[in-house]
Write a protein that binds this ligand. Structure first.
Ligand SMILES: Cc1cc2nc3c(=O)[nH]c(=O)nc-3n(C[C@H](O)[C@H](O)[C@H](O)COP(=O)(O)OP(=O)(O)OC[C@H]3O[C@@H](n4cnc5c(N)ncnc54)[C@H](O)[C@@H]3O)c2cc1C
Length: 412
């Protein structure tokens, strides 16, 4: 007889572990998470760990805020540090229109009870002395966010979930999923079958291939995404605090402090698809070949705004695959016509939104209805199949607009 569980979560990145943790918090502990390799071995291990509170849409902002709350809660419960650095963030305004758009968000943040200010250029300079202020109109300041250690955070969620009774199986690849005659689901792993009422597909870009045999053509592909780390910046050594993270619509880049270096994530204007023909079967989650030349234009703008960035060398260039749906928002919720099959995949900003999304999905699963309306992440928006060329074109267009207002989900 096959083993059984109330829920099988497939994928042990930050998202799968967030779902497992949120289900356990709601009393669902007859759960099993299957991870192909080790926890975090997909995109999570190389993420910069930025967690922002900045968003143009109230519901998405709520996901950001709840994510950090969830991670700190898991830290308290598990005793495993998530490495939170409460630096705050500055979303720069290079025009009056940008600054005004940030001002229009003040009531949204007041309603949500989140610390949010719109400040002038001088105040930006006081908070982050590395910023060159010429032509700067000010910034949106979210003082309570910052960055976490993505791997430690995943481990904290996993440990806290396990402490409540959830089970995690590493080195346990799922081969296929299928519907049984009795309406339940069967998950076939390398080590045998598991019968279950609910499957959560939290396998990032691998989700597409797991769902295809069911006739589900989900637009879950990946783009290459770079981040670079500089040598030590002397100015940072002379400060006695960590500077706030910067997100700049002009350079389409984020820059935060990493010890005495600067870590910069770049949204290229000509993004490159990864594994468009299908994920190589031997891909183990390793980094891709970096291409610094592609980042030149973005990095020139970064140096204009943060001259100290250009005064030192670059010691690390990371290029990793990032699951990126055509509209840049994840797919979280049930799949119409497939009762008991749930999606938690397609996260370009999975550290920033994973914890809140886990809560949102767990509420939906446990209560049978969504806790609140969150149309931008509802999988139903892709119920009609998108031709692959159109999906790729939309992915590239959305990605390259990274920080240009008003982005729905992109605030990594
Ligand atoms: C360079 C870079 C920097 C980034 N920086 C940030 C950042 O600062 N902030 C932010 O919010 N986001 C950032 N991201 C994005 C972030 O990494 C992802 O959004 C996040 O890790 C997605 O988590 P996940 O759990 O959905 O996917 P993953 O971490 O990829 O997890 C999916 C898991 O599923 C497993 N799996 C796949 N197939 C199977 C199977 N058949 N059976 C069992 N298990 C399976 C995989 O092994 C993997 O562990 C960055 C991405 C890159 C590339």
């Amino acid at each position: 007889m096959a083993e059984s569980a109330k829920v099988v979560v497939i994928g042990g990145g930050i998202v799968g572990c967030s779902v497992l943790y949120a289900l356990a918090k709601r009393g669902w502990t007859d759960t099993l998470l299957c991870e192909r390799l080790e926890l975090t071995s997909g995109s999570t291990w190389h993420a910069a760990g930025n967690v922002t509170h900045f968003g143009h849409y109230a519901e998405i902002t709520r996901l950001y805020v709840e994510s950090l709350e969830t991670y700190l809660e898991a830290e308290r419960e598990s005793g495993q540090s998530v490495g939170f650095h409460a630096t705050g963030s500055l979303r720069l305004a290079n025009s009056r229109a940008e600054l005004n758009s940030y001002r229009t968000l003040l009531p949204l943040y007041e309603n949500l009870g989140i610390n949010y200010r719109v400040i002038n250029a001088e105040e930006v300079g006081d908070l982050n002395p590395l910023v060159q202020l010429d032509g700067l109109f000010g910034a949106a300041h979210t003082p309570d966010d910052g960055h976490v250690d993505a791997s430690s955070t995943t481990m904290a969620l996993a440990k806290a979930a396990r402490n409540m009774g959830a089970e995690i199986r590493r080195q346990c690849p799922v081969r296929s999923i299928g519907r049984l005659r009795n309406g339940r689901w069967q998950v076939d792993t390398e080590f045998g079958a598991i019968e279950t009422a609910n499957i959560v597909l939290a396998a990032s870009f691998w989700t597409r291939e797991l769902a295809l045999p069911l006739g589900l053509d989900l637009p879950l592909y990946a783009l290459e995404h770079h981040e670079v780390v500089t040598d030590d910046v002397p100015e940072l050594k002379s400060l006695n605090c960590e500077v706030p993270a910067i997100r700049d619509p002009r350079s389409q880049a984020n820059v935060r402090q990493e010890r005495f270096s600067l870590l910069c994530g770049v949204y290229e204007s000509q993004p490159v698809l990864w594994a468009a023909e299908g994920i190589p079967s031997d891909f183990g989650g390793e980094l891709l070949v970096p291409d610094l030349e592609r980042l030149e234009e973005n990095l020139m703008h970064v140096i204009e705004r943060i001259p100290a960035f250009g005064d030192v060398g670059i010691k690390i260039v990371n290029n990793g695959p990032m699951c990126f749906p055509p509209d840049g928002c994840p797919l979280v919720g049930p799949i119409e016509g497939f009762a008991g099959l749930w999606l938690a995949a397609g996260f370009p900003v999975g550290i920033g939104t994973g914890g809140g999304s886990g809560r949102f999905l767990a509420d939906w699963m446990v209560n049978g209805q969504a806790p609140y309306e969150l149309a931008p992440i509802n999988p139903a928006r892709f119920a009609k199949q998108i031709p692959v060329d159109e999906a790729f074109a939309r992915m590239k267009a959305t990605y390259s607009m990274g920080y240009v207002m008003p982005g729905k989900c992109q605030s990594g």
